[in-house]
Structures are given as structure tokens and as C-alpha cells.
Design a protein around this ligand. Structure first.
Ligand code: HEM
Ligand code: HEM
Length: 471
């Protein structure tokens, strides 16, 4: 059994719910993808692309990614601090409030209530629920860290604290609004200020939800999975502080060529390029931690997920800065290139690390061997193939789209109408759906493997128990 002083029930519950919301996100992702190729599958007013798309993004980011963050942070914080979480009751409250919030979000979005700010669509009553949820989580993690019995703070704890404080500040600032009725509010900011605050929030949501927490998981689960410590704590700390410092200035790269002041755009562009260094600090640290251990890519399925995950992070953080350059942005902005960038991050980086973390945790907290390693490998190849088809087809689509939009006849008129460019997208959107269905199949294999592990897996050998709990 796991060391009894730790609360593992809460980790189990958050894993369960994050996987459920993850499945919903991916299912709805496939549905909205099909709705783009087959518009007749939009059923107004509820089951339309416009209503389902934010349900997909919210379920993906707040249900799946944040659910895994809750599960893994509760597991990691107890072990790194060598103490049980500060309050079991608060954690249980947080679990049920998390589900209530996600359901409230899904229902209100389906009914068409939205602030129309991307990734911050929820109207003010649900916004307040999000704040209560995050405060409960923050207090529990921070109090556990304060009361810790281990003096040294491993890098994962730094990333966790950054995520907790970062999300709180971003969310509150961007949420500032004046309610005019139970389900309608207006932003406190106007015009370009509103856009600027929104994308300061938007990009830092990428930093504090889709970057810092998976890095906390990566730094914890990679050495645990390989059995070898991380290559350099110094590199991890330097990368951490420079990443946190630089991210906060980059939001306006979403607003290049807009009325936002030029100097703000240039600042965002410069900081985005500088972000390559701290991002790659972690990538290189991860690769160097594999020195003498590369054979584990073949024999250890966890390492495969983690190293391919960090590789996608590396690619993502090279592609992102390029997109933040004005001339490149002029070409790809508004095209299908951008969703391809996003899904390399969400399906490649974030989900790969999340799957690895769950595979690491489930056998340990249920005291069972994983039901099937071949199925875990099959899951890996399905999600990798699905994600690559998804992103590569849309990168090609994005370049084609941009090329057609920019094509000009000798007399200065546009060569193609907008509809002609849309029609050209169909084969790529079909390819995306195929990639999505392959990814979804991988997720179903993953869930089957977990259910079989929990229901009928072999007991873990006692030799797997270490002084710390489990290896
Ligand atoms: C050095 C790091 C990164 C930089 C500089 C960067 C840069 C950018 C830029 C410039 C855009 C806007 C593209 C456009 O609309 O023209 C963008 C969009 C986006 N990126 Fe990245 N990116 C980085 C890493 C990541 C990572 C790790 C993720 C994780 C999933 C991510 C997720 C997103 C998302 C969700 C959007 C879409 C926002 C929207 O809805 O418009 N990015 N990124
Ligand atoms: C089978 C897997 C998936 C499929 C088929 C899928 C499909 C889609 C589609 C069709 C869109 C709309 C693109 C557009 O507006 O042109 C979208 C957007 C988005 N999805 Fe997914 N998705 C999948 C997985 C995920 C996951 C796991 C996450 C998060 C963890 C995620 C996060 C997002 C985000 C942030 C956007 C907004 C993109 C933007 O603003 O351009 N997706 N997805």
C-alpha cells in the first residue's frame, strides 16, 4: 500500500473526473471537426459549431488539463513536502465544486451565455465559482508547502506555485466586469484596452495552465520513471525564473497589426523570441537527463510519453516565437495554421505528459500492475499518429489558405474569392477528423486499460515499495 500518511483518495477522484472530462473534450472536438466538413450537422440553436466549440475548449483546458493538474499536484505536493495535504475536507469540497463548475460552464455555454472572450467565456456567476474553486485549491497547496517537512523545494513545487498565483492574478484581472443581469455582464475595459487585457490573460493562460503545470509534472515524473535524477537543478531553476519573467510580456503577439500601440506589439514580439531560451532550457535538461538511459525509450512506455511530450513542447516553443514575428504573423494569422499550433501543444505536449502522469499514478495508488503494457504502447502510437495527422494537415491547409488570400491579379484585384479558399480547405478538414478519430480511439484504449487495471490488475510486487512510498 502507499504510505498511509498521504491522502490518495483525492488523487484517485481527480484522475477519474479529469479522464471523464478529457473524453468529453475529445468527443466534442471530433463533433465540431465534423461540423466544419458537414455544416448540415449543425442543429440550431444548441448543437451548433458556435456553441459546441467553446464547450470543447473549456472541457479540454479546464476539465481535462486542470483536472489532471489537481490530481498530480495533490500527489506531488505530499511527496515533495513529506506531509499529508493540509486539509482533506477542503480537497473534497474542491472535487465536487470542480465538477459542479464544469457542469455549470457546459450548460451555460450550451444555452448561449458567453462573455465572448476566448478561454474566459463564462458569465459572471460561473466566473465566481471558478474563483472559489481556485482559492480552495490554492490555500490547500500553499498551506501544505508552508507546513512541509522537507526543507529543500524541488523545481516542481516552484512551477506549481507559479501556476497557482499566476492563474489567480490573470483570471481576476480579466474577469473585471459589470453585471447587468443574471447572465450578462460587460467588461470593465473598453476597445484596445479590453483586447490587450484579454490576450495578456489568454497567452498567460497558456503559460500558467498549459506550460508551467506540465513542466512541474515532467520534472517530477521523468526522474521517477527513469530512476535517474534530473540532469541539472541549476538549469531547471534558471529556466523557471526566466520563463516566468518573460511570459508576462508576450500577450500582445496575438494582436499584431491591430490598433494596439506599436511599441506594445514590438515588446511582445521581442519577449516571445527570448522565450526560446528558458523553454529550451527545460527541453535540454530533459534530454540530458536521459544520458545513458536512451534505451528506456524502447523498454519503458512512460519514458516514451514523457520524452515525446517534451519534444512537442520544444517544437511548440520554436514555432510559437516564429508566429510572433510581425511578417510571419501577417501570413498565418487567421488561418488554419494556428489551430495546428495549438493542437500540437494540447494533444502533443499537454496530453502526452498528462497520460504519462496518470499511467504512473494509477498502479501506485491502486496497488495494481498496469493491466497491459502493449495496450499502453498502442495508445501511444494512436495518439501520436492522430495528433500528427491533425497538425500536419492543418499546417498545409494554413499555408495554402494564406497563399490564396494573398494572391493578387495584375490589375490588383484578389485572385480568389473567400468561398473559393474555403472550398479548398475541405480535404484538410477531413484529414483532421480522421486524425481526431484516431486520437479518440487512443483515448478509449487508455480508458479501457485503466479500467481493467483497477478492476482486475495483478497486485504490485512488494519489492516495488520504496522508503518514499513507491518508486
Ligand atoms: C515560446 C512559447 C510560445 C510562443 C511565443 C507562442 C506564440 C503564439 C502566437 C504568436 C500565437 C498567435 C497565433 C495567431 O493567432 O496568429 C499563439 C497561439 C496559441 N498558442 Fe502558442 N506559443 C508558445 C507556446 C505555446 C504552448 C506551449 C502552448 C500549449 C498548448 C500554446 C498554445 C497556444 C494557444 C492555445 C493559442 C491560441 C490562442 C487563440 O485562441 O488565438 N502555445 N501562440
Ligand atoms: C480528437 C482530438 C481533438 C479534436 C478533433 C479537436 C478539434 C478541434 C476543432 C475542430 C477546433 C476548432 C478549430 C477552428 O475553430 O477552426 C478546436 C479548437 C480548439 N481545441 Fe481542439 N480538438 C481535439 C483535442 C483537443 C484537446 C485535448 C484540447 C485541450 C487540452 C483542445 C483544445 C482546443 C483549443 C484551445 C481550441 C481553440 C483553437 C483556436 O482558437 O484556434 N483540443 N479543436
Amino acid at each position: 500500500m502507499d504510505t498511509p500518511q498521504y491522502n490518495t483518495d483525492i488523487v484517485r477522484s481527480f484522475i477519474l473526473w479529469s479522464v471523464i472530462w478529457g473524453l468529453v473534450a475529445v468527443l466534442v472536438g471530433v463533433i465540431v471537426s465534423v461540423q466544419m466538413t458537414n455544416p448540415e450537422l449543425n442543429f440550431p440553436p444548441y448543437f451548433t459549431f458556435g456553441r459546441l466549440r467553446p464547450i470543447h475548449t473549456n472541457a479540454g483546458i479546464y476539465g481535462w488539463a486542470v483536472g489532471v493538474i489537481f490530481a498530480t499536484f495533490y500527489y506531488i505536493v505530499q511527496r515533495l513536502c513529506k506531509i499529508r495535504i493540509w486539509s482533506d475536507k477542503l480537497a473534497t469540497f474542491q472535487l465536487w465544486f470542480f465538477n459542479a463548475t464544469i457542469i455549470a460552464a457546459a450548460v451555460s455555454l450550451l444555452l448561449g451565455y458567453t462573455t465572448s472572450k476566448e478561454y474566459h467565456e463564462l458569465e459572471w456567476p460561473v466566473d465566481i465559482m471558478v474563483v472559489v474553486l481556485w482559492v480552495a485549491f490554492s490555500i490547500n497547496i500553499i498551506m501544505t508547502i508552508i507546513k512541509r517537512k522537507e526543507e529543500q523545494m524541488y523545481i516542481s513545487l516552484w512551477y506549481m506555485m507559479a501556476a497557482i498565483i499566476g492563474v489567480a492574478i490573470l483570471y481576476l484581472v480579466n474577469a473585471a466586469a459589470i453585471p447587468v443581469s443574471l447572465f450578462k455582464s460587460y467588461s470593465l475595459y473598453a476597445g484596445t484596452n479590453d483586447a490587450n487585457v484579454q490576450w495578456w490573460f489568454g497567452h498567460n493562460a497558456v503559460a500558467m495552465v498549459l506550460t508551467a503545470p506540465p513542466l512541474a509534472m515532467f520534472y517530477y515524473f521523468l526522474p521517477k520513471s527513469t530512476g535517474v535524477p534530473i540532469y541539472s537543478h541549476k538549469i531547471s531553476i534558471i529556466s523557471f525564473w526566466s520563463l516566468i519573467f518573460m511570459y508576462l510580456w508576450t500577450g500582445a503577439h496575438h494582436l499584431l497589426w491591430t490598433p494596439v500601440p506599436d511599441w506594445i506589439q514590438t515588446l511582445a514580439m521581442a519577449f516571445s523570441l527570448m522565450l526560446i531560451a528558458p523553454s529550451w532550457g527545460s527541453v535540454i535538461n530533459g534530454y540530458l537527463s536521459m544520458k545513458g538511459q536512451w534505451h528506456q525509450m524502447r523498454d519503458n512506455y512512460l519514458v516514451k510519453f514523457l520524452i515525446i511530450g517534451i519534444t512537442f513542447y520544444g517544437l511548440q516553443t520554436l514555432q510559437g516565437p516564429m508566429q510572433a514575428i510581425r511578417s510571419f504573423s501577417a501570413f498565418i494569422h487567421y488561418t488554419d495554421w494556428v489551430p495546428a499550433h495549438i493542437h500540437m501543444g494540447t494533444m502533443g505536449w499537454v496530453s502526452m505528459i498528462a497520460f504519462a502522469s496518470i499511467y504512473f499514478l494509477v498502479p501506485r495508488i491502486y496497488n495494481k500492475e498496469l493491466y497491459s503494457v502493449p495496450l499502453a504502447n498502442l495508445h501511444f502510437w494512436l495518439i501520436l499518429t492522430g495528433q500528427l495527422i491533425w497538425s500536419i494537415s492543418l499546417w498545409i491547409a494554413g499555408v495554402l489558405q494564406a497563399g490564396m488570400w494573398n494572391a493578387i491579379n495584375p490589375d490588383g484585384s484578389l485572385t480568389y474569392t473567400f468561398m473559393e479558399t474555403m472550398v479548398e480547405m475541405y480535404p484538410y478538414w477531413w484529414a483532421r477528423t480522421i486524425g481526431g478519430v484516431i486520437f479518440l480511439t487512443g483515448v478509449l484504449v487508455f480508458i479501457y486499460n485503466l479500467v481493467k487495471t483497477i478492476r482486475s490488475g495483478e497486485k504490485l510486487a512488494p519489492s516495488a515499495v520504496t522508503a518514499e512510498g513507491r518508486a
